[in-house]
Structures are given as structure tokens and as C-alpha cells.
Design a protein around this ligand. Structure first.
Ligand code: BES
Ligand code: ZN
Ligand code: ZN
Length: 447
């Protein structure tokens, strides 16, 4: 697909008109595409753009002209339309021997303005994340993620710190290492740092992403069905990398840290046994009763390390629990916050980005009691099927200082689509990238 900006009406095969929900169809050279009513802010227009893209592709049209309705505010229009088309047109075809060119030309009324340039950066960052999530585990190894981070650092002048298995042992990251010990592949803790150029940063934000390049469940093995999509268990880290892909070009005002603990979760002679106890980086002892609840173990250490960076705001993204999908469905992320205003800011940024979040409780005393272990400080599963995403969130909190502005995002649902949905083709969605970037682009409050 190619997008061309034009001042006067071009010779396109059809003109796209966005209309109310009830009207639709193609008449002469005009195709009416409905914008769904009653759909959350930020989603409807992107969705309509994606439908326009799919409709014309389905009937083999090669050129269209998109006209802005006079009543539309330019900010909404450019950002959402441009993103809708581009996000829908994404394809992962690096692993096909034969690829087909997308030869659609979209003529756009107007000029390529700053909003479009911004939208372009957001789309490219989302593509970057989708590519990582879609890359299978035989290619996207922990080392591969580490290399991507190194490339970003080199290209953009970010600082980077990397710790391998030996160094992690010295540091005492035993919860992370317990997950990694069943894998032949070298685990890495990766820490990227962006600082704005030539000026004092506005606050420090630390982002942490779950980075399981494959989750087999370990000795608490998953079913064949349950394992099929588990290359996506690195989507949190992939979103963090997507953010870093864009930080420099967006010239963000904040100091941003990106941290992930990359490994696979595999069954092996050396793998951690259910019942094993490890001393985490924070000093707390964890009884690992289920090796498939591994994300919270890698995050326990990654978050404790992240807290040492003294963040003003700490945000983690993790494909952490199936339970979050049961609670909220496949398209909405579960949001847990120790700080209401940070939580609200993320919900708002999500509305602009076209990504949904829903706040869940982080202070359930009954669920907290289920964390008690008979032999250690805490155990990694509750032992029943209820409130699993809340249990996991409260488990993570145990590894953070009491007073910290922290938001945990359980993105198990929206990070990966089994089939096409609106502007998300099947596969990795890049969820979280645009929301975080909108959060980081917030303009300074005037006093
Ligand atoms: N990576 C999974 C969570 C997941 C499941 C993500 C489905 C996306 C789709 C996580 O490591 C896991 O296995 N969680 C278990 C926890 C349980 C053993 C307490 C789960 O949710 O079933
Ligand atoms: Zn698991
Ligand atoms: Zn997992």
C-alpha cells in the first residue's frame, strides 16, 4: 500500500466516503463505509479505515481517494485514519518464500503534516513490535531480543546494560534464573536508557516487559493447544522495544528506562521442579508450585531491579495470565495501579491510541492470604481458579517497595489475535506501544 497526499481530486477508481452506520455499499465510483456508532473513542474511525482497506482489497480495487468530512477535527482525522489504514495493511511475510506486493494506492486529500508524521512514527513502532511478537521461538531467542536492544541503542545513542547468566547468578536473580535453568539458551537481563538531548528530563519512567520467548509451561507442561501461540509470551518486552524504537524520533521529554528479563520456559533435566524454593533478588523466598506461573518469577526480579532505578513512574506489561482474558475478553488489558492518577493517565492515553484498559483491584485481602506458603515467604500460585490475574498482580507487588507509583498491565488478551480484528491482523497486535507513546508525548502542564 502506498499513501499519496494530493491537493486536487486524482484519477482514483473509487472515492471513499465515511458515513453513519446504517448506510453502506458501492454506487458508481463512491464507496460508503460505515463508522460504527457506540464504539469507544479512538476505535471507531480506525476501525472504519481498516474496513475501507479490507473492502477495496476484497474486490481488487487498486486506487482510492479518501476525503475528510468537513466536520471532522484534523487531529482525530489524520491520526486515526492514517493509523487505521496502515495498521490494517500490516503483514508479516518475512518467512514466506513468495510474497505479494500490496499495490493499493490511497490518495489522501491534504498535505503530509506533522500529525501524519507523528502517526507514521507510531505505526512504524507498532509494526516493529508486531514483527517481534510474530517471530517464532526458533528465531526470536533471548539473544535475538538482546541484539535488537543493542541495535536500537547503537542507532539512537541510548545507554544499555546487559547481564548474562553468570552475572545474574552473582546478583542473586534466582527467581529469573529458576525459569531459565530449563533452557539451553543464555538468558539476558536487558536495560535500555533514553535521555532527552540537551535538556533536563521531565521525570523518570521505567518500563518493564515480560520476555518469555517461549512458554511451554516447564515441567508443569501446557497442553499442545495451549502452547501453540506461546511465542507471543514476549509481547510485553516487544512493546517496550517498540517504544524505544520511537523515543528518539518523537524527542520525548522524559527519561525512559526499558527493562526485560529474557528467557524461555522449558522442561528439561535441569528444569526447576514444582515445590522448589528460590531466594529472589528482593530477598524474599518463593515456593514454585507451578512452573507455568513463570512470568511472575522473571518479573519479580526484573521489577525489584527496576525499583532500584528510583522511578517516578513504573509500568510493566506482561502476557501474564489466562485469567485476565477470562475476565475481560481478548481485546481489553487488565490494569492494576498503586497510583490512581497514573492508572487514569494510561486509560486516557489508551483512548487516544485506540487501545482498551480496564482497572482491576490490587488490594484484595482474601486473595493476598492465598499467597502464604507452608515452607517459604510466598508461593507462586493460589491453588484455585479464582481471580488469577489479581493474584498474579498482588504477587508482583510483593517485590516492590511499599510506596511506588506502579501500574501493571496484563496484556495476555489483546497482545495477540487468533484472527483478524478491526485494524489488527491475526498475530501480534503491538498492543501497548501507542498508548505508552501517547502517555510519553503528553504536553507539559501549564502552570
Ligand atoms: N503466558 C501465560 C499466560 C497466557 C495464557 C498468556 C494464555 C496468553 C494466553 C502464563 O505464563 C501462564 O501460563 N499463566 C498461567 C498461570 C497459572 C499456572 C496459575 C495461566 O494463566 O494459566
Ligand atoms: Zn506460563
Ligand atoms: Zn508465560
Amino acid at each position: 500500500m502506498e499513501i499519496k497526499f494530493v491537493k486536487s481530486r486524482p484519477k482514483a477508481e473509487v472515492l471513499i466516503r465515511f458515513v453513519k452506520e446504517t448506510e453502506k455499499g458501492i454506487k458508481g465510483r463512491t464507496m460508503k463505509v460505515p463508522v460504527r456508532a457506540g464504539v469507544p473513542k479512538g476505535i471507531a474511525l480506525r476501525w472504519a479505515a481498516a474496513n475501507a482497506y479490507k473492502n477495496v482489497k476484497a474486490i481488487g480495487i487498486r486506487s482510492i481517494y479518501v476525503k475528510k468530512p468537513p466536520h471532522m477535527e484534523p487531529f482525530k482525522w489524520y491520526l486515526q485514519m492514517y493509523e487505521g489504514f496502515r495498521l490494517a495493511a500490516y503483514r508479516y511475510d518475512r518467512l514466506r518464500s513468495q510474497t505479494q506486493e500490496d499495490d493499493l494506492v490511497v490518495y489522501w486529500q491534504g498535505e503530509k503534516n506533522d500529525l501524519v508524521k507523528k502517526a507514521d512514527i507510531l505505526v512504524e513502532a507498532t509494526y516493529f513490535t508486531r514483527d517481534i511478537v510474530n517471530t517464532p521461538a526458533n528465531l526470536a531467542t533471548p539473544e535475538y531480543l538482546k541484539n535488537l536492544a543493542e541495535d536500537l541503542a547503537k542507532k539512537n545513542g541510548y545507554d544499555i546494560r546487559i547481564f548474562n547468566r553468570k552475572e545474574l547468578e552473582k546478583m542473586g536473580m534466582n527467581a529469573f534464573l529458576a525459569v531459565a535453568q530449563g533452557s539451553e539458551k543464555e538468558p539476558y537481563l536487558v536495560h535500555l536508557i533514553y535521555r532527552p538531548m540537551d535538556r533536563k528530563p521531565r521525570r523518570r519512567i521505567v518500563l518493564v516487559g515480560k520476555a518469555l520467548t517461549f512458554d511451554s509451561g516447564g515441567l508443569s507442561l501446557k497442553s499442545s493447544q495451549g502452547m501453540m501461540t506461546m511465542k507471543m509470551d514476549k509481547a510485553g518486552a516487544a512493546a517496550v522495544l517498540g517504544v524505544f524504537q520511537a523515543l528518539k524520533s518523537l524527542n520525548v521529554d522524559y527519561e525512559v528506562h526499558g527493562i526485560f528479563a529474557a528467557t524461555e520456559n522449558m522442561p528439561d533435566a535441569k528444569a526447576v521442579h514444582p515445590g522448589d524454593v528460590v531466594k529472589s533478588y528482593s530477598g524474599k523466598y518463593i515456593e514454585i508450585l507451578n512452573t507455568d506461573a513463570e512470568g511472575r518469577l522473571t518479573l519479580a526480579d526484573a521489577l525489584a531491579y527496576a525499583a532500584e532505578q528510583k522511578p517516578d513512574y513504573l509500568i510493566d506489561l506482561a502476557t501474564l495470565t489466562g485469567s485476565a482474558i477470562v475476565a475481560l475478553g481478548e481485546f481489553t488489558a487488565a490494569l492494576f495501579a498503586t497510583d490512581t492518577s497514573l492508572g487514569q493517565a494510561i486509560v486516557k492515553a489508551g483512548n487516544i491510541a485506540g487501545e482498551r484498559f480496564w482497572q482491576m483491584p490490587l488490594d484484595d485481602p482474601f486473595i493476598k492470604d492465598k499467597m502464604k506458603s507452608t515452607v517459604a515467604d510466598l508461593k507462586n500460585i493460589s491453588g484455585d481458579n479464582w481471580g488469577g490475574s489479581i493474584f498474579a498482580a498482588q504477587f508482583l507487588r510483593e517485590f516492590l517497595p511499599e510506596k511506588i507509583r506502579w501500574v501493571h498491565l496484563d496484556i495476555a488478551g489483546p497482545a495477540f489475535n487468533n484472527k483478524d480484528w478491526a485494524y489488527n491482523p491475526a498475530g501480534g497486535s503491538g498492543f501497548g506501544v501507542r498508548t505508552l507513546l501517547h502517555l510519553l508525548m503528553r504536553t507539559r502542564r501549564k502552570r
